[in-house]
Design a protein around this ligand. Structure first.
Ligand code: SF4
Length: 356
């Protein structure tokens, strides 16, 4: 006899639609193609993310709700090379395909079998989301807070409407995408922020619940597809801060393009990872130095007091181009005239990014 569903799952499942991101297997089984796990799901079962399920041989994916919605500056995502100071409409849903013990949003991402907080489900339509964005003058719509890949069908509906209204779109993701989902989202996904959480395969598989190789492939593929990418690494002592790992990580990013911005942020103990200390500034500075020495042009530090590592400088002449103080923008010295747009105002070097 199958286990009765809890009321929360029943409510979540009511807000789901048949997904095209699946492959039929023998009998009523299927394979979900939305993320790199490519779960094989039997009839009546759920995938690793717990929000996608097989009902009578059809894959169902979340649709028509958000767990939260808010208006944040683009710098908070973080994206530093996209329309500085722009307001975003950010939304999240529920669930995740990873199990990171340091997740800051674990209350909405880590759904346990007895999860039952119905307050996290707010019904909304794509049109209502777009209207909120227009009313609040948000220039970018971002799927964030939980892992966006696992709810890509719903985001695509929103993103198509966003394009009609000249609103850009972005994901803040752990990078565990499948090639199929990237193709499915194009050309409607403009910007992708990817967490590269460690360069240690064992850490990825045992602690986070994925394969490093798949995250690296997402970064490579998304870059080749022309999606603007920024990478974030939360530095955690004895998890990803040894010199060999930092060197490999930076070499990998620089090997794709030295123009990709790399954000290194300081960890603070949370959720299940309370045994590690908060990351001190010395570790951040060490990673920053390695990145610059290995040729990354744009490296930024977050979650620490010092503000000297938040600004954008011209990689050619060293001129201060974008001055930042947390989420506010100070001086801005990138040319906006049509003929010189996106160039350093002093030496004329092209500065990678979508600035206007
Ligand atoms: S999105 Fe990923 S984790 Fe969820 S069911 Fe599909 S393949 Fe599995």
């Amino acid at each position: 006899m199958s286990k009765p569903q809890n009321p929360f799952n029943q409510e979540l499942d009511k807000r789901s639609r048949v997904s095209p991101l699946s492959q039929k297997l023998e009998g009523l089984a299927l394979r979900c193609l939305a993320c790199a796990h490519k779960c094989i799901i039997g009839d009546g079962k759920r995938g690793i993310c717990k929000v996608r399920f097989n009902k009578n041989g059809e894959l169902y994916a979340p649709n028509g709700y958000v767990s939260s919605i808010g208006f944040d500056p683009i710098e908070k995502k973080p994206f530093f090379h996209i329309m500085p100071g722009a307001k975003t409409l950010s939304y999240g849903m529920l669930g995740c395909n990873f199990k990171c013990p340091f997740c800051q949003n674990y209350t909405i991402s880590q759904l346990s079998d007895d999860f039952n907080y119905l307050g996290d489900i707010h019904d909304i339509t794509p049109t209502e989301i777009i209207n909120h964005a227009i009313n609040q003058k948000a220039k970018i719509i971002v799927s964030t807070y939980n892992e966006p890949t696992i709810t890509s069908e719903w985001s695509l509906e929103i993103f198509k409407l966003a394009a009609k209204n000249r609103i850009k779109t972005a994901y803040v993701s752990n990078g565990y995408a499948s090639e199929e989902v990237l193709g499915f989202l194009m050309p409607h996904l403009n910007f992708l922020n990817i967490d590269l959480k460690t360069f240690d395969s064992e850490n990825y598989s045992r602690i986070l619940g994925g394969k490093l190789e798949n995250v690296l492939q997402t970064i490579e593929k998304a870059y080749k597809m022309g999606i603007w990418i920024e990478i974030v690494t939360l530095l955690i002592k004895d998890f990803n801060t040894d010199e060999a790992q930092l060197n490999s990580m930076v070499e990998f990013i620089a090997g794709i393009s030295p123009d990709i911005p790399w954000h290194i942020t300081a960890f603070h103990p949370c959720y299940k990872m309370t045994d590690k200390p908060a990351t001190d500034e010395g570790i951040i500075r060490k990673a920053f130095k390695i990145a610059k020495e290995k040729g990354l042009k744009y490296v930024y530090a977050g979650n620490i007091q010092s503000s000297d590592m938040e600004n954008t400088y011209c990689p050619d002449c060293g001129e201060l181009l974008v001055e930042r103080n947390y989420y506010s923008i100070g001086s801005f010295n990138i040319e906006s005239d049509v003929e010189k747009a996106g160039k350093c105002h002093k030496c004329g070097a092209s500065i990678a990014g979508i600035w206007f």
